[in-house]
Design a protein. Structure first.
Length: 143
């Protein structure tokens, strides 16, 4: 079995208690592409699959601060997931980014893209779009 590729794309993650949205950068790291939404344990498998197929240069994960900018219960849950990611993928840089309003922005993006209301109500669609927004913000700042 060959070693997983350690350089490659950047992954964006929107972690939730029930669903984890995942997005991936294009090879040039200019834009983000939603991959899908997964149960938390399946999300770790999906990250490993992406690493094996495409390589991972870094992971960007939404850090769910409160409206006041403070950490809370949600950040504790995300930190546990981050610890699992670090254990499964040592040496892969991980960046926490403020994810406030990412779900609201994802909903707005779906509306602008003329996604039908029934499809917009599917929580998984919003989660993967939020992951793409989190990643795109990171890519734009890094450019």
């Amino acid at each position: 079995m060959s070693e997983p590729i350690t350089e490659g794309r950047i992954i964006g993650i929107d972690y939730g208690k029930r669903r984890v949205g995942i997005a991936i950068s294009d090879p040039l790291k200019l834009f983000s592409i939603p991959v899908g939404t997964f149960a938390p344990r399946d999300a770790l498998k999906e990250v490993s699959k992406i690493r094996g197929n495409e390589g991972i240069e870094a992971v960007v994960i939404g850090w769910p601060l409160t409206i006041e900018g403070e950490e809370g219960v949600a950040t504790e849950r995300v930190q546990r997931f981050i610890n699992q990611l670090k254990k499964a993928h040592p040496g892969v840089p991980l960046h926490k980014v403020d994810e406030r309003y990412s779900s609201r922005r994802a909903m707005s993006a779906l509306v602008e893209a003329n996604v039908k209301m029934k499809a917009r109500r599917q929580k998984g669609r919003i989660d993967s779009a939020a992951a793409a927004i989190i990643l795109q913000d990171y890519l734009d700042e890094s450019a």
